[in-house]
Design a protein around this ligand. Structure first.
Ligand code: ADP
Length: 499
């Protein structure tokens, strides 16, 4: 469940549950569940205060009524009257007893004395009547029980007075009970909901915290396993993916560093071999061990060849650093496809003839098809592909290479096909990676640094094209690349790119 939904549900529960419970509690109380000593705890207190107040003193008034009939002498006993008065004072009321015209008992607390002269006269008020009287600083409700015989002049009146200035004691209690239960219900509802939420959230947060600590410490060998569909689980999924990415990058970095080390040692070795020859042959010349001009010429030719070999290597190295720093500079031109590839094919054909190899060029695009490209860089692409075909030729078969240029809609497609050793299906996806050399190539004496095809890919991609290859081990390979045709609207442009 989403965190948002869970929070919404919790919020609703926290609001709704206590309200429902409060209703249930009200119903329980209203039905008399808390009834203690008559109906004093009923919610009646909040709706009908006069009834509530009279109900409050009913028990004591009834007692007085019984006495008036059976034990009138008790009205003259101060001790008994004090008892009644203290029972009444619990209910926020008090007792005043008058015999004849004389007040013989006055339970009125300070500040609540009635106007004694204005108290009703004997026999006027029945026990069920309620009279509102003025006390010193507030009003009060008065009930009366008469006792004794008027004719004998032995009569008296007992007044039960309840000041109305303060809240009915029963109502106070019931209010307190309400507040107490509401607070309890609120507390437990909130506790249960918050602890459920906390548990489900905190567990995930702890796991994520542990994971990020691990990542910070460089430990990427762990799995962050957080199940669920909420936002936190999604966050955990992102952390897990980030960690996997970091781990893959770290592995890649180690591999790259390894490959770079190997590349440097290969280049050093490859440079050292022709350099040794240059030193050897030039020393021979200086020492005069080549007596005839023909021999001297041969030595100089060898020195030149070796120097060219070193130059090629250094060029590769320079391109390699340019790729690394993304600083190959391009001079884009609008060039004629047929003319450009035809010129390259002519030069290559001559070279191939001298090496007893066959080179064929087929161009299927219209004569006026142009493309926007840097000719020297595309030449480098073709050169790398063709020299790979030569490098990885089969010893047992005459090498045949074909360059086919065809129309592919918005692009022109060039393919260099050979009948060489081919590349295994396992190595094929990696041949365009920097410093990659297929197992076969690594295990032979064929020199190479593993950057030729990565340069091809970089240049073609920077031209907005694509490059790919198909191959069959033992029968040969085809390398394809696409270059965008120039549209009529596009002016020939010359621009430098730092891609
Ligand atoms: P290098 O030739 O310097 O090793 P490249 O990047 O040019 O590096 O080529 C990468 C790898 O692809 C080579 O080591 C080789 O195994 C394989 N390869 C490239 N071209 C061919 C080809 N025409 N025939 C067979 N294998 C090839």
């Amino acid at each position: 469940m989403k965190l948002k939904t869970r929070l919404f549900l919790s919020f609703t529960l926290i609001i709704i549950l206590p309200i429902l419970m409060a209703f249930a509690l009200y119903g329980f109380v209203a039905l008399g569940g808390f009834r203690r000593g008559g109906n004093e705890m009923r919610p009646l207190y909040f709706s009908n205060t006069v009834d509530a107040l009279t109900a409050n003193t009913d028990a004591d008034v009834n007692r007085l009524k019984q006495w008036s009939k059976a034990f009138p002498e008790r009205f003259l006993n101060r001790e008994i009257l004090s008892d009644i008065n203290s029972s009444l004072s619990e209910k926020n009321s008090f007792l005043v007893v008058k015999q004849g015209t004389k007040i013989i008992f006055d339970g009125a607390p300070d500040g609540m004395h009635p106007r004694y002269s204005k108290l009703p006269i004997y026999g006027k008020l029945s026990a069920t009547d309620v009279l509102v009287v003025r006390l010193e600083n507030q009003s009060g409700m008065l009930r009366e029980v008469d006792f004794g015989n008027y004719r004998d002049h032995n009569h008296g009146q007992a007044f039960v007075i309840t000041p109305t200035g303060s809240i009915v004691p029963g109502a106070g209690r019931i209010l307190l009970t309400y507040v107490f239960w509401m607070a309890l219900i609120l507390f437990f509802t909130a506790l249960i909901i918050v602890s459920t939420l906390y548990n489900s959230i905190i567990r995930k947060i702890r796991k994520m915290q542990e994971a990020t600590e691990n990542i910070r410490g460089g430990n990427l060998d762990f799995t962050l396993d957080v199940k669920g569909t909420d936002e936190l689980s999604e966050l955990a999924g992102s952390i897990e993916r980030m960690k996997n990415r970091l781990r893959a990058d770290a592995m890649q970095k180690i591999q790259n560093e390894d490959a770079q080390r190997k590349f440097l040692s290969n280049i050093t070795h490859d440079l050292k071999t022709p350099l040794t020859s240059v030193i050897g042959y030039s020393e021979g010349l200086l020492d005069g061990i080549a007596p005839t001009p023909e021999k001297q010429m041969k030595y100089v030719q060898t020195i030149h060849n070796k120097a060219v070999e070193m130059n090629d290597l250094l060029n590769e190295l320079s391109i390699f650093t340019k790729i690394d720093t993304n600083s190959i500079l391009y001079n884009f031109e609008d060039i004629n496809v047929k003319g450009f590839f035809g010129e390259f094919a002519e030069e290559t054909e001559v070279e191939f003839e001298s090496q007893n190899a066959g080179f064929r060029y087929v161009c299927e695009v219209a004569d006026d098809t142009n493309m926007v490209a840097d000719p020297s860089q595309i030449k480098r692409v073709l050169h790398n592909l063709v020299s790979n075909a030569v490098k990885y030729r089969r010893d047992d078969t005459e090498l045949k290479v074909m360059l086919l240029v065809s129309d592919a809609g918005e692009f022109i497609q060039a393919e260099v096909a050979d009948n060489g050793r081919g590349i295994s299906q396992e190595d094929l996806p990696h041949v365009f990676e920097r410093l990659f050399r297929a197992d076969k190539a690594r295990n032979t004496q064929i020199k190479g640094s593993g950057i030729g095809l990565s340069i091809v890919k970089k240049i073609v991609n920077d031209h907005g094209g694509q490059v790919w290859a198909t191959s069959n081990e033992g029968t040969g390979s085809i390398f394809y690349f696409l270059l965008r045709k120039s549209s009529d609207k596009e002016e020939p442009s010359e621009q430098d790119s730092d891609n």
